[in-house]
Design a protein around this ligand. Sequence first.
Ligand code: 13P
Length: 255
Amino acid sequence: MALRPYIVGNWKMNGSRAMLAEARAIDRAAARYPAVEVGLVPPAPLINLMAEAVSDIAVGAQDCHTAPSGAFTGDVSAATLADAGASFAIVGHSERRAKAGHGEKDAVVRAKAEAALAADLAVILCVGETEAERDAGKAEAVVAAQLKASLPRTEGAAVRLAVAYEPVWAIGTGRVPAVADVAAMHGAIRAGLLAAYGEDGAGVRILYGGSVNAGNAAELLGADEVAGALVGGASLTAESFAAIISAAAMVAEEG
Ligand code: 13P
């Protein structure tokens, strides 16, 4: 892990004001591992409260709209998220790309990434194949195509971008790919980033996401080109998330 490790907790549609106690405990744990950058991503209504409750971690948004403002009932713009205290946004999560979710296509994901950057938010862009695509031997082709079509092309985008590789079949299932498969996919993503951004593509952190927990974090974070993790379920309590942060610090120290 040559790049500074980045561990991000995506709370998805979980959270309450009472859970801010976990965020505070995660913040205290993160302060013990300055080598690791830590982000936490609550549902939008908690962003402001969480941002005011923590000091050593960044607070992010799970999505943003493509437009800077306007008549889009129920949506939230990147500027409003930034104003609430978010410093980054996740875009293109598979739960939003899914037909049963919001059916977001690559072009929309790219527009969201560019809207986030325009509002001074950093971006975590998610990509990942389904199980059927992996079984058909198409995983790398699918992810490369997603990446190419959804990367933001804004001037200087690479500097404020991370990519999260999240195989859809590994999310919330307790199943993770073989470490060699993770390394191979991260290598392919790196090639795509270099093709899109030239030398700047070398500095983009590529995170792994999908059933990361305290038990498997060190092994996954030790794989080639894995610069961090996007964590769902195991980020909901300080106990499990702090163990992942600590594993990242350990791997960084060894590496
Ligand atoms: P789990 O860690 O719960 O599998 O979720 C991963 C994820 O989708 C993070 O964005």
